[in-house]
Design a protein around this ligand. Structure first.
Ligand SMILES: CC(C)(COP(=O)(O)OP(=O)(O)OC[C@H]1O[C@@H](n2cnc3c(N)ncnc32)[C@H](O)[C@@H]1OP(=O)(O)O)[C@@H](O)C(=O)NCCC(=O)NCCS
Length: 167
């Protein structure tokens, strides 16, 4: 490794603690509510990458036909690349939260969740709930969700139901 490479690695660690493979921190990220009809291709690209290729969730389980009836949140980079998604069903169920791997750990998921919770409040919902993958339960707990009931399996992945009341 030459001097410049060493320096680049050091800067990478100092910025994010996960080395030089992390996406650039400087890029501004926008989170918007979008219609599924208009943003379908972008939403599909993120979910196919995260649930399809990364987690090997069967396509038919992810693409359940409910998307057109959901509020959809979409995160895009400053140059318009879709990097994160989530949805809110009319009954208050939040789901399909996914952030492209190299963009995780920088608050994109938190912003998507806040946007969906705000949308639920505007619709007069008194609570929101979700089926959290156990690996993401701590993330949702930090946003006020409380686990309810036993763990169960969806697509072979352990989940727990979590609820957040909207006061
Ligand atoms: C769950 C998920 C949507 C969260 O998105 P995110 O953009 O990483 O979320 P945030 O950056 O707001 O917060 C993630 C938390 O994970 C932790 N984290 C930090 N770096 C991380 C990384 N590289 N990867 C994953 N988690 C990381 C942090 O503790 C952070 O907590 P904080 O709120 O104290 O900062 C994302 O990890 C994901 O897409 N996972 C794969 C799909 C999935 O499991 N979806 C959930 C289905 S229930």
């Amino acid at each position: 490794m030459n001097g410049a490479e060493k320096q680049a690695r050091t800067i990478g660690r100092a910025r994010g603690g996960r080395g030089p493979r992390r996406a650039p921190a400087r890029a501004a990220i926008r989170v918007r509510l979008v219609s599924f009809r208009r943003a379908e291709a972008e939403i599909r690209s993120v979910r196919d990458a995260v649930f399809g290729r990364e987690q090997r969730v069967p396509r038919a389980l992810d693409w359940d036909g409910a998307d057109a009836g959901c509020v959809q949140a979409l995160a895009r980079t400053a140059d318009g690349r879709a990097i994160g998604v989530g949805r809110l069903r009319a009954d208050g169920k939040i789901g399909r939260m996914a952030v492209r791997r190299r963009w995780r750990g920088r608050g994109v998921g938190a912003r998507l969740l806040r946007a969906l919770i705000a949308a639920a409040r505007r619709r007069g919902l008194r609570q929101v709930y979700l089926h959290a993958q156990l690996s993401a339960a701590a993330f949702y707990a930090r946003h006020g969700f409380v686990a309810r009931g036993p763990r169960f399996y969806e697509a072979g992945i352990p989940h727990v139901r979590m609820v957040r009341r909207l006061g």
